[in-house]
Design a protein around this ligand. Sequence first.
Ligand code: GLN
Length: 187
Amino acid sequence: MKIGVFALQGAFIEHERALLSLGAEVKEIRLLSDFTEDLDGVILPGGESTVQGKLLREGGFLEPLKERIQAGLPVWGTCAGLILLANRLSNDSNVYLGTLDATVRRNAYGRQLGSFSDELDFKGIGKYSAVFIRAPYVEEAGSGVEVLAECRGKIVAVRQEHMLATAFHPELTDDLRVHSYFLKMIR
Ligand code: GLN
């Protein structure tokens, strides 16, 4: 299985390591020419969504990526990646890919909670210790969106068909179960 990891900005190397240790093949996507037809899925890493959105736009990725996701390309967005996938941001006027039917709030846990970790119950995985960094959360999930995990009463992991999105960072821990979940989702 070959997974494309967007390597424009943010925590992409950590995703690559996790995928490699699960036996997946990894391809870094930096240029539009890296976004080839042979990819079985793609990951949008955490980082800064405004910077990544700008780089996706300047790199000519926005339309082709959106089209391929709409055509069924499996995608997982972590943190900033969740923001890029959402079709509405409640505290920001930007919309980037807009393929995920969800309203997302950026930097939603407030400044006091810039970064923290917490125990969650992840549907299909079980007890899971999640790391949040200036994290967004999902304020409203559309009818076709399955809620996979909540933290402090807020939705932090969702799935809509072939799209997975988490507000937290599984790539920054040694726990590979969410990466396995994504690979299983593709199979
Ligand atoms: N706060 C960042 C944003 O709005 C997301 C943080 C992250 O990806 N860790 O883009």
